[in-house]
Unconditional design. Structure first.
Lengths: 112, 150
């Protein structure tokens, strides 16, 4: 139980960063931290103590395995996070080209 | 950021020249053993993409453009998607379902085994490596010029 709460604390670290930071790069980093905490929660949920990774290997006898389904889900989640992060970074670079700053309080104009 | 095209110092370049091949070899190992050990197409592809990123960081854009030819890499990425689709449709025609197996299973725990899974792992490895590297390549083309705050 404690470990899930620590995972939630990591999520809150990301949320704190998104809500309080003004730098666009720090906001993107906080967003990825939130995503990583969600992934970590899935992996912790699948964990069984004294269990092996869910792959059959030569000479090994049958043993308890961790749940492979959340691992597959997390692999997909990592790919999607990669795509969103690339998009966010590209948008941040475009904003920097336009406004010459990453500070979101100074990005006010809509056009021109 | 104007000296971005010239790359880093001689020390970094020399070490990169050696280490890139080792990293690429490790990535190929992970891709080829995807059906036997943890890892597979995605993990190995990421490792190969990071090796290419090392070259981009150490040598700069111009050298990397000469060495790797990003247009060819883009074609390779698109071709790998087509290869995956062709494997899937061959599975419908021969194996009975999308991505169905139509190659002999081989012997368990051998390198050449598990039917079409190693082939698909290689295809996914190429796709992931090229896609990841090209994302960074496109992002590195955007210029960040320092200027006055508006």
């Amino acid at each position: 139980m404690t470990i899930y709460l620590l995972c939630f604390a990591l999520f809150l670290v990301g949320l704190y960063g998104i809500l309080t930071k003004r730098d666009l790069v720090k906001i993107i980093l906080s967003l990825t931290i939130m995503g990583y905490s969600a992934n970590l929660f899935f992996i912790l949920f699948a964990y069984r103590s004294q269990a092996l990774y869910p792959i059959l290997s030569e000479g090994a006898e049958m043993a308890p395995m961790v749940d492979p389904l959340p691992q597959a889900l997390v692999l997909t989640s990592i790919v999607i996070e990669l795509g969103t992060t690339a998009l966010l970074v590209a948008l941040a670079v475009r904003l920097y080209q336009k406004y010459k700053t990453f500070d979101i309080t100074k990005i006010r104009r809509l056009s021109g | 950021m104007n000296n971005n095209d010239t790359g880093m110092t001689l020390i970094v370049k020399t070490i990169t020249r050696i280490s890139v091949w080792i990293i690429i070899l490790y990535g190929i190992y992970i891709v080829l053993h995807g059906h036997l050990t943890p890892g597979g197409g995605f993990g190995g592809g990421v490792i190969i993409a990071l090796a290419l990123l090392n070259v981009l960081l150490a040598y700069g854009r111009d050298f990397t453009a000469d060495w790797l030819n990003p247009k060819f890499l883009h074609g390779l990425e698109a071709a790998s998607v087509s290869a995956f689709l062709i494997m899937g449709i061959l599975g419908i025609l021969v194996g009975g379902a999308f991505l169905g197996n139509f190659i002999s299973h081989g012997q368990l725990f051998h390198l050449v085994s598990a039917g079409t899974i190693p082939v698909l792992n290689i295809v996914i490895g190429i796709k992931v490596a090229m896609a990841l590297f090209l994302v960074i390549w496109v992002l590195s083309a955007l210029e960040l010029k320092e200027g006055e705050e508006v």
